[in-house]
Design a protein around this ligand. Structure first.
Ligand code: NAP
Length: 333
């Protein structure tokens, strides 16, 4: 009989999630039936959306999330033992997956191709949900053109760091906004951002105005709230805004009271559009192939913040929400 560990929500989050809001439980897994496979987790992805998704779950539920797993045994057609797969099975170290149960709102298990010299964990980052979001949100919605100025918030994170670098590849001047001097230095020194702003120590509206004296053509918004308001105040007429996330509001218990963006959007005739990665997931292969090419050409860099040990997954998640990660945050199981 195979045993599995899972991390469950022990207490409803209040404000910032805490390590004590979780506990590890053990369970016995059933023998495989037709249409099922046994998957052993290698890496778990920790992501900001989990903060929002988890509050809809009752206490005692397994924490939501995606993982990269090795198929140990399979009675599921199309999936063979030894293959690697990404699935949304929560914070678990072993899972019996029933293909029919994966549901229409959840992506079916994605078989991971051989990335050659590149690490497989990138299937949770650049070659996964965050990479696809960065690629499609930037290219489809921000529509960057050579010589334009683009601002990205959450710039040193999984999505933001890729957005800024692709915008550079497309010939834009790129300004990143992040939460520490170490991140600002990384963006400028390692990733080639033209400018970077520490939002915790700067007046963002003035700093963006100084970095973009002719205004901002496109804004990729990972953060929302007052910070984004300060960027919108610097937009050029007919600028484009990709609304990707609003992490600055995820720990708030009530509806945030940031100033309303209506005046800036109307007056400057801005075009704002949200990105929901799932709706573009079918086009991922082309995006991942192009980003792999850029990585091999040295034009696109990736960074992972790896936490070691399944039981440390809550620490990794809490750290992500506090801004401890550079690039993609993952847990090595
Ligand atoms: N629309 C979609 O389909 C989609 C898909 C993936 C992600 N997203 C969204 O994209 C955003 C980035 O996700 P990610 O996976 O790349 O995470 P990430 O940026 O790697 O990690 C989260 C980062 O948010 C920053 N942060 C935390 N609290 C903040 C606050 N109050 N104000 C400003 N920044 C804060 C922290 O960096 P600092 O040190 O800079 O504060 C932290 O490192 C999130 O809003 C997420 O929900 C959307």
């Amino acid at each position: 009989m195979t045993e599995a560990r899972k991390i469950v929500i022990a207490k409803r989050f209040e404000g910032e999630p805490k390590v004590t809001d979780f506990r590890v439980e053990t369970e016995r897994l059933p023998a495989l039936q037709d249409g099922q496979m046994l998957c052993e987790t290698r890496y778990i992805s920790v992501d900001p959306y989990q903060r929002v998704a988890a509050i809809r779950l009752p206490v005692g539920s397994t924490m939501v999330g995606s993982q990269l797993s090795r198929i140990v045994e399979s009675r599921a057609p199309g999936y063979a033992a030894g293959q690697y797969v990404v699935g949304f099975w929560g914070w678990r170290d072993r899972t019996v997956v029933t293909l029919a149960d994966t549901g229409s709102d959840i992506l079916p298990p994605m078989l991971v191709p051989d990335y050659g010299d590149l690490p497989m964990s990138l299937s949770l980052g650049v070659f996964g949900m965050t990479g696809a979001t960065a690629y499609f949100g930037l290219l489809d919605i921000c529509d960057p053109k050579p010589g334009e100025t683009l601002v990205v918030s959450g710039a040193a994170g999984a999505v933001g760091s890729i957005v800024g670098q692709i915008a550079r590849i497309k010939g834009c001047k790129v300004i990143g906004i992040a939460g520490s001097d170490a991140k600002v230095n990384w963006l400028k020194e390692e990733l080639g951002f033209d400018e970077a702003i520490n939002y915790k120590t700067s007046d963002v509206e003035k700093a963006v105005a100084a970095a973009a004296p002719s205004g901002v053509d496109a804004y990729f918004d990972n953060v929302g709230g007052a910070l984004s308001q300060a960027v919108l105040s610097n937009m050029r007429p007919r600028g484009r805004v990709c609304l990707c996330g609003s992490i600055s509001t995820y720990n708030q218990e009530s509806v945030p009271t940031a100033p309303v963006a209506g005046t800036q959007v109307q007056d400057r005739q801005l075009r704002m559009e949200g990105i929901k990665m799932g709706s573009r997931w079918g086009r991922r292969d082309g995006a991942f192939a192009e980003m792999a090419q850029w990585i091999r050409e040295g034009k696109l860099k990736y960074r992972e913040t790896v936490t070691d040990g399944f039981e440390k997954t809550p620490q990794a998640f809490v750290g992500l929400m506090k801004g401890e990660n550079f690039g993609k945050a993952v847990v090595k199981v």
